[in-house]
Ligand binder design. Structure first.
Ligand code: UDP
Length: 319
């Protein structure tokens, strides 16, 4: 198979690229290198089955230039990270809306299946324990910039759904819950690489808010094979799937664990949300997936624990 991966130089995209090449497939990676980097692809540059194209998903000509001979598309390219969304809200909204529309158009024109990466963020402030794919979305004001990411991704899902229903496009939508692992950078806000970097530097770990908010983190090596399995499974087309772990931690506990695992002398600094993200910021207090649907579809069952994840990120940062 020859796959197009948008966002192929990003954190998840680069792991997916390696995984597919390892299975003997060919990969074309389209990336504008806004948050992704060629360093992420160092292990595959020069591989006979790999081609990198620098370009934006917002540019239909760039997208079209990648489509020749493509059998299926993973659309992962997006403006990501809370800091990115807050710093460049309008650009991010455009990328996340128009980029997806362009990819859906291209997939339709070439009649190839497409996996669209959405996000667990679309559930917003719904704190139900075990969010199923049909759970309600509880989203704050459209004038609060944080929610623009969730809004764009939700509209992407609706677009994908309508392309499937109205045009018969073969689509799969996934909602990853806090995917982490080697190569993820903390520069755009993601908490685990930030804590690990701070701990290794002996700096205080910045816990935003009271630290009692919870998340479930899932190793990228558990997520990537699931993406491939879903896009390879015709009976998954037209559906949406949560992908995540159910091992919960509060952010305060996470900070303590990172300090213990690194043997760091760092302290923990509580930082008010306003200071971290600006005035009016709303966080999600709890976000736990129910992944029964993905389990029943492809046997999805993450095997890496939070300790495994922290160890992997620490090893990555140290190297
Ligand atoms: N967070 C934190 N310190 C940091 C970065 C993030 O306490 O230096 C918190 C953030 O406010 C959120 C949680 O960690 O409650 C997860 O943040 P991340 O941006 O990684 O993911 P998301 O908010 O999208 O779940």
């Amino acid at each position: 198979m020859r796959y197009l991966i948008t966002g192929g130089a990003g954190f998840i995209g680069s792991h997916l690229t390696e995984h597919l090449l390892g299975l003997g497939h060919e990969v074309v990676a389209l990336d504008n290198l806004s948050t992704g980097t060629l360093d992420n692809l160092a292990g595959v540059s020069g591989h006979a089955g790999f081609r990198f194209v620098r370009g934006s998903v917002t540019d239909p000509a760039s997208v079209e230039s990648c489509m020749a001979g493509i059998d299926a598309v993973f659309h992962l390219a997006a403006a990501v990270g809370v800091f990115t969304i807050l710093d460049k809200t309008m650009d991010s909204l455009r990328t996340n809306l128009h980029g997806t529309e362009n990819l859906l158009d291209a997939a339709l024109r070439h009649d190839v299946p497409i996996l669209v990466a959405s996000t667990s963020e679309i559930y917003g402030k719904n704190t139900a324990s075990g969010l199923t794919e049909d759970a309600d979305r509880i989203i704050g004001s459209p004038l609060k910039n944080r929610w623009s990411y969730a809004e764009a991704k939700a509209l992407d899902e609706t677009f994908a759904h309508l392309y499937a229903v109205e045009h018969g496009l073969r689509t799969v939508i996934v909602r990853p819950f806090n995917t982490v692992g080697p190569r993820q950078t903390g520069r755009y806000g993601m908490v685990i690489p930030r804590f690990v970097t701070q701990a290794l530097a002996g700096e205080p770990l910045t816990v935003f808010g009271d630290g009692q908010q919870t998340r479930c983190f899932c190793h990228v090596h558990d997520v990537v094979p699931a993406l491939v399995a879903l896009l390879s499974d015709e009976s998954a087309y037209g559906k949406v799937f949560n992908l995540g772990s159910t091992e919960q931690t509060t952010i305060s506990q996470l900070a303590e664990r990172v300090i213990t695992k690194t043997g760091s002398a760092s302290s923990i600094a509580k930082v008010p949300y306003e200071e971290a993200y600006g005035e009016g910021y709303e966080d999600m207090q709890r976000r736990i997936p129910d992944c029964t649907r993905a389990y029943e579809q492809i046997g999805f069952s993450p095997t890496r624990t939070l300790d495994d994840i922290i160890a992997a990120v620490v090893a990555d940062r140290r190297s």
